[in-house]
Ligand binder design. Structure first.
Ligand SMILES: Cc1cc2nc3c(=O)[nH]c(=O)nc-3n(C[C@H](O)[C@H](O)[C@H](O)COP(=O)(O)OP(=O)(O)OC[C@H]3O[C@@H](n4cnc5c(N)ncnc54)[C@H](O)[C@@H]3O)c2cc1C
Length: 423
């Protein structure tokens, strides 16, 4: 399908997104001695388009937003792109357990991958939304401060944001903040106009549509449990719809999110020595019932392992508080935090929270690289050719701003592929 770009000022025609139909599981069959994929890319087995594959050119492990963005991008120029996903549906893990915020890029050190890919991803997402008619709201964000220490931190964030190329940053005093958000009471705020929100599944559906259009495949209920280099390519094994499978691929891209360190270990990398061990940090959300107390995103200055409990309107106009950040060992999405912790944190900038009803809402789990030591850890996006793994690309520690960065991560990985791997 041809992209229809807005042809003039104010004139905008959304492009129809092709239906993304990757619901059915995968089957395998023996072709001679080789176990081959029979991939269903239809909404059910009867109407599915089927492809048989003994060897893929590129296998992407994980159909979260990052794996999907990468597969969509790589399949523009390459045949034989296959995404393997262990769950029954794409995006059931971190990509659907987050704030849905299109971050601006003020929080990450100058020159880091997080800064570069967040700022790049921010404008790419808005461009994609405008071009293809995906719903979004560019609400703007206030990062609020009370007291000297927090104000100094705001100034640091502003400088860092400007260094990262974030446009339109402005420091506001308490009166200006109250004019924008009458329920917020603080001394200062950093205004970030480019922060916004979208429904993450809309973006994932968009990537699925591109994957479909480009003739690439997504195999659901397909868990990778073994991965080894043969020297000339990779042998990937696992279980798909209760059937064991083996497939070979020239290139493997590890987008396994919370399992990315395990997948890296499968191929023989020493994840502890390389600093690839991921630590789970959970974040819970509560929802403020009734009328939204704010129109914009409102964040405190960051503290601890997350960005601080903030107020995020969603696309339906209701406001979520969260996420907090605490270490966990298991993936369990039940909300475990106390209402009191949330009220106390938010009360500092939204005093009226004491009169509002709040309800446990949802949670997400971050794959953090720095664990209990804290501090900044960048995304790891690395072609491991110098570790005897030519054609193996790792993506580890893809926590926030991974959603915002996803289209820019896809460009970045595509450049690695085209410049270093493709023959
Ligand atoms: C609480 C919270 C709030 C956040 N808020 C924001 C935000 O507002 N804005 C933002 O930009 N970012 C945010 N993020 C970060 C963002 O959600 C993630 O960076 C992003 O979703 C990561 O996507 P992913 O595709 O790497 O991982 P995932 O979504 O986890 O996808 C990985 C996929 O790999 C599959 N998989 C794993 N192992 C295997 C295997 N062995 N075989 C086959 N498949 C496998 C999984 O089933 C999963 O579907 C937030 C994160 C959290 C936790």
């Amino acid at each position: 399908m041809e992209d229809k770009v807005p042809s003039g000022r104010g004139e905008f025609k959304p492009v129809e997104i092709p239906p993304a139909t990757f619901e059915a599981g995968s089957l395998f069959r023996k072709i001679g001695e080789v176990t081959a994929f029979k991939i269903h890319t239809g909404s059910n087995i009867t109407d599915a388009r089927r492809a048989f594959m003994e060897k893929a050119k590129i296998v992407v492990i994980g159909a979260g937003i990052v794996g999907l963005a990468i597969a969509a991008k790589l399949s523009e120029l390459n045949d034989g792109v296959l995404v393997l996903e262990k769950n029954k549906k794409h995006g059931q893990e971190t990509s659907s357990h987050n704030s849905g915020v299109i971050h601006s890029g003020i929080h990450y050190p100058n020159g880091s991958l997080k800064a570069m890919l967040c700022v790049g991803g921010n404008s790419m997402i808005y461009e994609t939304c405008r071009r293809y008619g995906l719903p979004y709201k560019r609400l703007g964000k206030l990062t609020v401060a009370t007291g000297e220490t927090e104000i100094r931190e705001l100034e640091r964030l502003m400088k860092m944001g400007e260094g990262n190329g974030v446009d339109g940053l402005r420091m506001l005093d308490g009166n200006e903040v109250s004019r924008m958000e009458p329920n917020i009471h603080v001394e200062r705020a950093l205004y970030t106009p480019s922060t916004g929100i979208l429904e993450p599944d809309d973006l994932m559906q968009h990537f699925l549509g591109r994957i479909n259009e480009n003739g690439a495949s997504v195999s659901l209920e397909t868990e990778v449990t073994g991965l080894k280099s043969t020297g000339s390519d990779y042998e990937i094994s696992g279980v798909s719809s209760n059937t064991n499978f083996t497939i070979r691929a020239d290139t493997v891209i590890n987008c396994a999110g919370l399992n990315a360190d395990r997948v890296a270990a499968m191929v023989g990398l020493d994840v502890d020595k390389l600093g690839y061990r991921q630590h789970y940090y959970k974040g819970d959300y509560f929802r403020i019932t009734g009328k939204a107390p704010v129109n914009m995103l409102v964040y405190p200055v960051p503290k601890g392992a997350g960005l601080g409990i903030h107020l995020t309107p969603d696309m339906a106009g209701s406001v979520k508080m969260g996420p907090n950040a605490y270490p966990v060992k298991m993936i369990d999405y039940r909300v475990e935090s106390s209402e009191e912790e949330f009220r106390k944190d938010v009360q500092r900038f939204l005093p009226s929270i004491s009169n509002r009803t709040i309800q446990p809402d949802s949670s997400g789990i971050r794959p953090k690289l720095n664990g209990s030591e804290g501090g900044f850890a960048d995304f790891v996006i690395r072609h491991e050719a110098d570790r005897d793994l030519f054609g193996f690309i790792n993506l580890i520690g893809i926590e926030s701003p991974g959603l915002t960065s996803s289209p820019a991560i896809a460009e970045y990985v595509s450049e690695i592929y085209e410049n270093e791997i493709r023959t």
